[in-house]
Design a protein around this ligand. Structure first.
Ligand code: HGY
Ligand code: MN
Ligand code: MN
Length: 419
């Protein structure tokens, strides 16, 4: 049995750590922390020090993944990995990703305080790039650790024109050596991720925790619309090919497309125009489409329909368009056995179970390609995320902490075929 005062200390530290990481930002006004940045270096060293305090053997890999290990006495045992990401979106909230990282460390601290001896190896993982803000490449950290990193990502370029390859070289790491980094996730392992819900279902149900059944498929598309720049005062309207007016019509078409299909989410979150001057007709507009559907087959089918609409708008307006598929990730199903174990722990700790689907992407969906996954959601205020006002109650985080420790034990003691 763990003493209540122990749990209180671990919980209090966890809440303090959310605030500490929430202040490590490249911007003075808000929280932004992206892949291969000095802010990620500072955050990674802090996370590593907390893993060390928790008694884990830790290291930071060349991608800035932080890995803390608690080995089993059985050398050949598979691993239970627990974690999430600690990079952020631009103008982010403090809980997205970070809560799952800190819960993994906190739950391990709880189990150690209890004198628990795991049958599996237990790893706490803090992934370096889930959001894909800098290079538009999501799940980089988890891809690396499960042996699915795609080298073509090295040629992606950030907004300053620096390629990922150059960014690695600038940090003293030769990306040709990526092939020598051994994957640590796969096979008979289990991956567990706790995360704020980022939606309103738990708040509406009045439950602090939820059990995830599946994660939606997602794709990112880049559209470049090229017309002709010109003088705003002299060019007759019937002679213009205004790239921004065309993009505006396309963006509304994206919205209408999703409104007509409740299973779909479609968002234009990024738009850049040139020359971007008040007295010039925009000659070029570049925008992103984030497009999601419950499963990959449906996503691909609907994407063809959506892009056909975009192309027909371009043709009618005599605008040239270039469409790039930036990323695509399949939907992922949580493992039914692991999910049942999570439900058992949540029911035992909170007296209730809400099962829900995740429209947001998570490292777990990438990892699902190589091993069993399970996910726990924590209620967040107003379902708000990717926003500075993102918030989860301390009392809900305490429920999550107790439940995560219980989930790890239940998964550890479950007789999977391999044990
Ligand atoms: O975009 C997402 O769903 C995730 O928050 N990265
Ligand atoms: Mn996010
Ligand atoms: Mn996240």
């Amino acid at each position: 049995m763990i003493r209540e005062s122990h749990i209180e200390n671990i919980h209090r530290r966890l809440i303090e750590r959310i605030e500490i990481l929430g202040a490590i930002s490249s911007s003075a006004e808000s929280l932004t922390r992206v892949f291969l940045s000095k802010e990620m270096d500072i955050a990674s060293r802090l996370i590593q020090s907390w893993m060390n305090t928790a008694g884990l053997v830790s290291n930071i890999d060349p991608f800035q993944n932080v890995i803390g290990s608690w080995p089993s006495n059985t050398a050949k045992a598979p691993s239970i990995h627990i974690g999430s990401h600690y990079d952020t979106v631009v103008e982010a909230g403090k809980y997205d990703g970070v809560l799952g990282v800190l819960l993994s460390i906190g739950a391990i601290e709880l189990l150690q305080a209890e004198g628990y001896a795991p049958k599996h190896h237990i790893n706490a993982l803090a992934f370096c790039d889930e959001e894909g803000v800098r290079f538009q490449t999501t799940f980089l950290g988890s891809s690396l650790l499960c042996g699915a990193f795609d080298d073509s990502a090295l040629d992606k370029v950030d907004s300053e024109g620096m390629s990922m390859r150059e960014a690695f070289l600038a940090r003293g790491f030769n990306p040709d050596n990526i092939a020598h980094i051994a994957p640590i996730i796969g096979g008979d392992d289990v991956f567990l991720e706790a995360h704020i819900e980022q939606g309103p279902v738990l708040e509406a149900s009045g439950h602090p925790l939820g059990v995830v059944t599946a994660v939606a498929a997602q794709t990112r598309i880049g559209v470049a619309a090229t017309g002709k720049a010109g003088h705003a005062g002299t060019t007759p309207h019937d002679l213009r090919t205004d790239a921004l007016a065309c993009a505006a019509e396309m963006i509304l078409a994206v919205e209408h497309f999703a409104l007509a299909r409740p299973e779909v989410k479609a968002t234009v979150g990024k738009l850049e125009i040139s020359p971007n001057a008040s007295n010039a007709i925009p000659g070029r507009a570049d925008f992103s489409i984030d497009f999601r559907a419950p499963d990959l087959g449906r996503l691909r089918e609907l994407k063809i329909d959506l892009l056909r609409e975009i192309e027909s708008i371009a043709e009618r307006r005599s605008i040239k368009i270039d469409i790039q598929n930036i990323q695509e990730t399949s939907h992922a199903n949580c493992d039914p056995v692991v999910t049942k174990l999570i439900s058992g722990a949540v029911a035992a700790n909170t007296g209730q179970v809400t099962e829900l689907f995740s429209g947001a992407g998570h490292d777990a969906m990438k990892i699902a390609e190589t091993c069993r996954i399970g996910m726990l959601f924590v209620r967040c205020q107003d379902g708000l995320s990717h926003h500075p006002d993102e918030f989860a109650e301390s009392s809900d985080i305490l429920e999550a902490l107790r439940s995560m420790a219980d989930i790890i034990k239940r998964v550890d003691q479950n007789a999977f075929a391999h044990m």
